[in-house]
Design a protein around this ligand. Structure first.
Ligand SMILES: Cc1cc2nc3c(=O)[nH]c(=O)nc-3n(C[C@H](O)[C@H](O)[C@H](O)COP(=O)(O)O)c2cc1C
Length: 239
């Protein structure tokens, strides 16, 4: 394996093929060092404008896990020894813009970068109080869009949530594959009561719970069903 090609196609294929939604876990805890390593890989996911619109809550505390099991309506997979709550953060863009300029990894912040994060990005992502800026931008885009191609979203708070969820879902996949590489299995869960989840974990109002990841070593009959995917031809168009 050369540094340019750290993973062979075969190794990546094996890792991706090994990952299954596991619903029965042993009680064996996941070491913090493993969790940290996997989170480090999660946040290397590609993300919109590098604004990193995500956050994670790592739940190992037994009492909290018990409460989350009921939040997940008693789902078998939620009986895992570790649950990682994956949140999209459409509310963090302003802070991220400031951090990128403050933490730029070179002595000088290049002028285009400074301009983008101090002018362009705020214009793009600030939807204003009750979304009034977004409303204006939607009208502007309609007019300017007649003459040239331009970015038409996100121009509302709903579009901001979608914007953040896209990048966050990529981080979640990185996280699952990283866990798999350490020999831990996972199950993504969207079967939870969002209101109760927010209450139990004091999740900020603007954050979007994208999924919970149940994590651990696989137990007996851990995978419920054989793998099933539709034929590629059914879902791929080649042009
Ligand atoms: C966003 C999302 C939400 C999911 N929610 C649940 C869930 O609430 N409960 C569950 O048992 N599995 C859940 N799954 C797992 C899927 O059922 C599973 O990934 C799918 O059946 C394909 O199986 P595989 O992952 O083993 O290939 C979820 C998966 C995703 C991506």
């Amino acid at each position: 394996m050369s540094p340019e090609h750290p993973a062979t196609p075969q190794a990546l294929r094996a890792l991706i093929e090994q990952r299954r939604a596991v619903r029965r876990f042993t009680a064996e805890p996941v070491p913090d060092a493993v969790i940290r390593d996997c989170l480090e890989l999660a946040i290397l996911a590609p993300n919109s404008c590098n604004l990193q619109p995500w956050s994670f809550q790592v739940i190992r505390d037994e009492q909290l896990l018990q409460r989350l099991r009921s939040v997940c309506m008693g789902q078998q997979a939620a009986k895992a020894p570790l649950i990682i709550v994956v949140l999209a953060r459409p509310d963090c863009w302003r802070d991220s813009c400031e951090q990128i300029i403050a933490q730029w990894p070179e002595p000088e912040v290049p002028a285009p970068i400074r301009h983008f994060y101090s002018k362009t990005a705020p214009f793009q992502y600030n939807q204003g109080w009750l979304g009034w800026r977004g409303l204006l931008k939607r009208q502007l885009v309609r007019v300017l869009g007649w003459r040239r191609a331009l970015m038409r979203t996100p121009n509302s708070h709903a579009q901001m949530r979608l914007w953040a969820v896209k990048s966050t879902a990529l981080a979640a996949e990185n996280l699952m594959l990283a866990l798999q590489s350490h020999g831990y299995c996972s199950c993504p869960l969207e079967g939870f009561d969002e209101v109760r989840l927010r209450r139990v974990l004091e999740i900020p109002r603007a954050a979007v719970p994208v999924m919970l990841l149940a994590v651990g070593k696989p137990g007996e009959r851990a995978v419920y069903n054989p793998r099933l995917r539709f034929p590629l031809e059914q879902r791929v168009e080649w042009h």
